[in-house]
Design a protein around this ligand. Structure first.
Ligand code: HEM
Ligand SMILES: *[C@@H]1O[C@H](CO)[C@@H](O)[C@H](O)[C@H]1NC(C)=O
Length: 333
């Protein structure tokens, strides 16, 4: 049996198709104008608890797992919508253009793929061939934030998985880099229908996780004006200006690296943002006032972050994208 989902404009799903023979199959057309909180209520009632348990195990083993999964979701949704395209392994078929995993912002950087493998395996054990990798990732990211002490939100479900992914060039074009200006981040988010306020709230994800020296070397070695000198000197010891140590890690929120809190914004006010792009949010521009508000009011940050995550999670693949419910998140069925 093959489970296929076709998408046409406005998320009109045809699902599932029961493939009877190679030539003839029965279709059960279903019109879904939007994602739904009840999507798997009948087909996989245990879904939420299965994902939550798998994520709790991962975060208990390594708190950074939560951060890595949260970033995976961002890098999925910003490249042709939340369709688990980022999870596809590169194959010989895609090697001419390259898969998303080998794109600049992802190669040697994005991690947590095996955590999603474990989440999906647990889901498959309860509900075989039912739940998309894109939905599993959306739930896993939500649970990661809550498990690290952050807010929670209701995830609407019914996403499907791309086959194949959008490719390396699309990932390079859509994902902002650590050297980005505020204007370029605002533009990249606006291209997804997200506001400048969403840029700042979602960047608060950097309250957890780690970054490699290669992404902040210039900032801590004299390349940036708006940096706390004590902070820069400290980091430069393990991330020297001369090169090397590309992989040396630093916490993105030095005070509370594994707690999802508003520490990131307090750090920005002290000019202790790790990435150039982080400090751009507090550098005399349009987001300074909001950064100060989030630094003073953790509840406001949590509320805005949750709302922005819902908006980001609703980004849908372009009409005509071939979709399915993938069994193994690393390869099309
Ligand atoms: C606004 C523009 C953004 C830029 C320029 C940016 C850039 C980066 C960079 C350069 C790293 C470190 C990568 C490395 O060390 O190889 C990173 C890590 C991270 N990013 Fe972002 N990011 C942005 C937005 C976001 C958003 C919207 C989220 C999630 C909602 C997010 C979540 C994370 C997390 C959790 C980490 C740490 C991952 C880990 O420890 O494995 N980022 N980001
Ligand atoms: C630099 O960081 C220290 C904490 O290490 C802080 O006390 C100080 O206010 C910061 N300096 C500036 C200019 O924000």
């Amino acid at each position: 049996m093959a489970v296929l989902i076709l998408i046409s404009p406005k998320r009109t799903f045809v699902l599932p198709l029961l493939l009877l023979t190679a030539a003839s199959f029965l279709t059960v057309p279903k019109t879904a104008t939007a994602l739904s909180t009840k999507y798997y209520d009948k087909t996989c009632p245990s879904l939420q608890s299965v994902v939550r348990s798998a994520m709790a195990r991962a975060v208990a083993t390594d708190p950074r797992a939560g951060a890595s999964v949260l970033r995976l979701f961002f890098h999925d949704c910003f490249v042709n919508g939340c369709d688990a395209s980022v999870l596809l392994d590169d194959t010989s078929t895609t090697s001419t253009t390259g898969g998303e995993k080998s794109a600049g912002p992802n190669a040697n950087s994005l991690r947590g793929y095996e955590i999603i493998d474990a989440v999906k395996a647990a889901v498959e054990a309860s509900c075989p061939a039912t739940v998309s990798c894109a939905d599993a990732l959306a739930l896993a990211a939500r649970d990661a934030v809550a498990l690290l002490g952050g807010p929670s939100w209701t995830v609407r479900l019914g996403r499907a998985d791309a086959r194949p992914g959008a490719g390396q060039a699309a990932a390079n074009a859509n994902l902002p880099g650590p050297g980005s200006s505020l204007a370029s981040m605002v533009a990249a988010f606006a291209a997804k229908g997200l506001s400048p306020r969403d840029v700042t709230a979602l960047s608060g994800a950097h309250t957890v996780g780690r970054a490699r020296c290669a992404t902040f070397r210039a900032r801590v070695n004299g390349g940036d004006g708006n940096v706390n000198a004590t902070f820069a000197a400290q980091l430069a010891r393990s991330c020297p200006g001369g090169g090397g140590a590309d992989g040396a890690l630093a916490a993105m929120d030095a005070e509370t690296p594994d707690a999802f809190d508003n520490g990131y914004f307090r750090a920005l006010v002290q000019r202790r943002g790790l990435l150039h792009s982080d400090q751009e949010l507090f550098n005399g521009g349009s987001q300074d006032a909001l950064v100060r508000k989030y630094a003073a009011n953790g509840a406001l940050f949590f509320s805005d972050f949750a709302k922005a995550m819902v908006r980001m999670g609703n980004l849908a693949p372009a009409a005509g994208t071939p979709l399915e419910v993938r069994i193994n998140c690393r390869k099309p069925n």
